[in-house]
Write a protein that binds this ligand. Structure first.
Ligand SMILES: NC(=O)c1ccc[n+]([C@@H]2O[C@H](COP(=O)([O-])OP(=O)(O)OC[C@H]3O[C@@H](n4cnc5c(N)ncnc54)[C@H](OP(=O)(O)O)[C@@H]3O)[C@@H](O)[C@H]2O)c1
Length: 269
């Protein structure tokens, strides 16, 4: 049993070596072929695909061979990575829902990463109204699945940035109402990884990764302890969030509804 496990692992690693020696486009085609026919008929629109989480989701969806487009106010990503060329970039504002309609043509799944901070009224608008507009437009257009990147409850912090959480929860309700078991809401806590700000790459995992390792050892129940509990929610890697979001967007068997940090850690392996 152990021997066959070692053999399987060494076969897998040799195929990785072979794959790393081929070009990125060839690599993508190979992944797409192994993913099977499901990747050929799916078209994913990432709202906010030029942001931190959105860009990792675009990259992951392309890696799996899906057709990927993005919509945001500034349009094209400012990153100089090769995957950027493979995304169709749309410019639009979710607060002007008509600007979203052309981008929805032929789209089978939408993943929304649109959100942000500011005054309470701005946070309700950007985390709520803007996303609710997107959910309604996608449902009207017959999009099959909708995934929303929301956020975990943070106890007293919820009160300090109440517009943010009000907006998030209103959008969640709209996703579940319009998409039912074809809608998913991901609730990560702190998302670590490499965040590009201008020309600077911020290595958020330097803090996030060790915290994730330690905090995920605690039982989930500790996060319910009054006041300090939410501080014990494990951070999650942006790659796990991206993998879970893409799975939720294309896999009919994926559990719909609210997906918490622990499920993201499990799904995003
Ligand atoms: N980062 C974290 O640790 C974390 C943790 C928990 C939850 N989340 C949630 O995850 C989501 C993504 O977070 P992030 O850190 O990736 O944020 P981000 O980098 O600021 O990305 C936000 C994206 O939304 C787009 N956007 C903003 N307003 C828009 C509008 N009116 N119409 C169209 N696009 C708009 C932005 O592009 P333009 O400016 O070009 O429009 C950008 O692409 C957010 O909903 C956030 O609340 C993040």
């Amino acid at each position: 049993m152990l021997r066959s496990l070692i053999r399987t692992r060494s076969q897998a690693s040799s195929s990785v070596v072979t794959m790393s020696s081929i070009t990125q486009r060839g690599n993508k085609r190979l992944l797409s072929e192994t993913a099977g026919s499901h990747s050929r008929d799916k078209k994913i629109l990432v709202l906010g695909g030029n942001g931190y989480v959105g860009s990792h989701i675009c990259k992951e969806a392309l890696r799996q061979g899906f057709a990927v487009s993005s919509l945001s106010r500034s349009g094209r990503s400012s990153l100089h990575d090769s995957w950027v060329e493979d995304v169709t970039w749309h410019q639009g504002d979710l607060l002007s829902p008509d600007s979203l309609k052309p981008a929805l043509e032929g789209v089978t799944s939408v993943i929304s990463c649109v959100g942000g901070f500011g005054s309470n009224s701005h946070m309700v608008k950007i985390n709520g109204t803007a996303n609710i507009n997107a959910v309604k437009a996608a449902a009207e257009q017959g999009v099959e699945r909708f995934v929303y990147i929301s956020a975990a409850d943070f106890g007293v912090i919820n009160y300090l940035i109440r517009g943010y959480f009000q907006g998030k929860r209103e959008t969640e309700a709209e996703v579940l109402d319009k998409f039912g078991n074809r809608g998913s809401v991901l609730r990560p806590g702190f998302i670590h990884g490499t965040r590009q700000v201008g020309s600077i790459k911020l290595p958020l995992s330097l803090i996030g990764a060790p915290l994730e390792m330690v905090l995920k050892l605690f039982p989930k129940e500790v996060t319910k302890i009054l006041v300090i509990g939410p501080l014990l929610i494990p951070p999650v890697n942006v790659k796990s969030v991206a993998a879970t979001a893409v799975k939720a967007a294309v896999d009919q068997d994926f559990a719909s509804g609210v997906i918490d940090v622990y499920q993201i850690l499990q799904q995003g392996h």
